[in-house]
Design a protein around this ligand. Sequence first.
Ligand code: BDR
Ligand code: CA
Length: 314
Amino acid sequence: DRRYLLDCDTGIDDALALGYLLADNADALVAVTTVFGNVSVGQATQNTLDLLAIAGHADIPVHVGAASSLDGAFSGSAHRVHGANGFGGVELERSPVDASAESAPAAIVRLAHEHAGRLVIIAVGPLTNLAIALSLDPSIAELIDQVVIMGGAVLHPGNATPVGEANIWHDPEAAQRVLGSNLRVVLVPLDATMRQRLTAADAAELRAAPGRIPRLIGSALEHYLSFYTGVFGAPECALHDPLAVALAVGEEQVLRSARTTLAVDCSAGPARGMTVADLRTSYRGPVDREDEVNVVVLETAEGFGARLLQKLLT
Ligand code: BDR
Ligand code: CA
């Protein structure tokens, strides 16, 4: 049976991803690792600790990860999307528990060995922790069962830049190291995640729920919805991180995917952070290097929002 590690920059949709995992199978979640991204790594860590404690899972260890991208250029700020505290300005009761003294990359290496062949890493922030873990111990690429990554934009436009998706664009060098490794990667890009939405009515339903976690997430979603209403022209928001979790646990149906090489543009030009897949299926030759091949999910079954809502409400 599989074990899960969530690597996140909590973040409102990261909180949805965590909520999904806890509701689905909290016992299989062996650790959460944090990274800069939507907010600083310190804030992401505190949000994660607080949510876990409120959910009654303060026993799940949280490991602090990278405070900035490998090149030092970014340390986290998507306040427009996630609010100044990363949780839409909603205050969380402080957890009595601190983060682990073991760093995120060290924990990834240890757990890859401890759960060899059955650890699934779900990475929904910049890929810095995983890149560092691979440098510490390249053998983990063969030990980790699968890495499901929310990141990238293949045929879809970017969200951080015209072609760059936020998680990849915040640390392209780390992403290139991960996607170019022998890890078995499933990439869940904006192509798939921008199609799946939660509505303002869904958020209101969460706010009226008996559970504390759904109620808090429902409140935080008000900020996230106000940002995405500007993007979509309707009171709906995109479900990035929870879709990666749902796919990782095998609960959503993939309608369109590609087995392809993936590269990340690490230049200083306008394509920096772009994920480049090879979709020339009609005329490309056989892919000869198995280790360069990843799976990209381009489309999943409609209606994930309703299923996510049910998951959080049960
Ligand atoms: C990704 O960027 C972050 O803002 C979200 O949490 C998600 O992981 C979407 O591009
Ligand atoms: Ca995220």
